[in-house]
Structures are given as structure tokens and as C-alpha cells.
Design a protein around this ligand. Structure first.
Ligand code: CMP
Length: 144
């Protein structure tokens, strides 16, 4: 089924100038970018987005990292977009990620893993709504 998923290129991906490379991988895989914005997250925004991780040992470092510089946030649309994006990204720990995935190719550690992708339909809906209003999402139309 056609799905939407939320993708974030994290501060390490932006600072390594990987926006174009990562967008190219999405587009090559048939994932359409239907919304996008660059943001400098506030601590409050990062805490809200990652609320489910509050209290975990990596939480404070995660919030500091995600607010250390701009992120690129996008909505991807396509067939099985949630799983497709996770396949393109590779596993959370880049040491375990399959060759040719974004994290295997560019990430240095689990806490410097270049990108985020929603892990399930309910999370995708919540995460998309966290960053985008309905009118900011622009599905494809035929153009003559
Ligand atoms: P992400 O998909 O953005 O969701 C939570 C993030 O926490 C995860 O990617 C990792 O970058 C980060 N993180 C840091 N340490 C850990 C850890 N030990 N286990 C899981 N996630 C971690």
C-alpha cells in the first residue's frame, strides 16, 4: 500500500553535506519527497519528538545532538514507504547496517547515525503531524 513516513537528516548528515546524496537515494528507490523543511530544533522540539526515549541513558545526548545544528525534515511517500525508508537507512547501529545503506556508508555510531525514519504507521502519523500541517504536504500531480 502507498504510505507516508517521516524522515530526518540529522545534524551530522547536514554538516557532512549529504542532503543531496540522501535525497537521491530516496528518489532512486521510488520514494517521493512530498514535504520538506530545514529546521534548527529547539530543545523543547527535540524533547517533544523523542518523548518516548525520556529517561533512557542516551536521551540527554540525543537531545544535545539533535539540537547541535540544523536538520532536514521530510515526508516520503511511496509503496511501503515506512519499511522502504528503513531499508535504505540500514539498522540504527551502523556497524550492523547492510552494505550500501545510508548508515553503513556514512554513519559513525548509533548516536551519530545520520538519519531517522518512522518505525510504524502510528509513529509515522504522529511524527509527520509533529512537523507538518496537512497543507504543507504536496502530493504529486501530473504536469504537462
Ligand atoms: P532514531 O531513529 O532517531 O531514534 C532514537 C535515536 O537515539 C536513534 O535513532 C539513535 O540515533 C539514538 N541512540 C543513541 N543511543 C542509542 C541506543 N543505545 N539505542 C538506540 N538508539 C540510540
Amino acid at each position: 500500500a502507498i504510505q507516508r513516513t517521516l524522515s530526518i537528516i540529522k545534524p551530522d548528515g547536514v554538516v557532512k553535506d549529504l542532503i543531496g546524496t540522501i535525497y537521491s537515494r530516496f528518489e532512486t528507490a521510488g520514494l517521493k519527497i512530498v514535504a520538506a523543511k530545514m529546521l534548527q530544533l529547539t530543545t523543547e522540539q527535540a524533547e517533544g519528538f523523542y518523548a518516548e526515549h525520556k529517561g533512557k541513558p542516551f536521551y540527554d545526548g540525543l537531545i544535545a545532538f539533535m539540537t547541535a545544528g540544523p536538520v532536514m525534515v521530510q515526508v516520503l511517500e511511496g509503496e511501503n514507504a515506512i519499511a522502504a525508508n528503513r531499508e535504505i537507512m540500514g539498522t540504527t547501529n551502523p556497524d550492523e547496517a547492510a552494505r550500501g545503506t545510508i548508515r553503513a556508508d556514512f554513519a559513525t555510531a548509533t548516536n551519530r547515525n545520520i538519519c531517522h525514519g518512522s518505525d510504524a504507521p502510528e509513529t509515522a502519523s504522529r511524527e509527520i503531524a509533529f512537523f507538518f500541517t496537512d497543507s504543507e504536504i504536496c502530493p504529486r500531480r501530473e504536469v504537462v
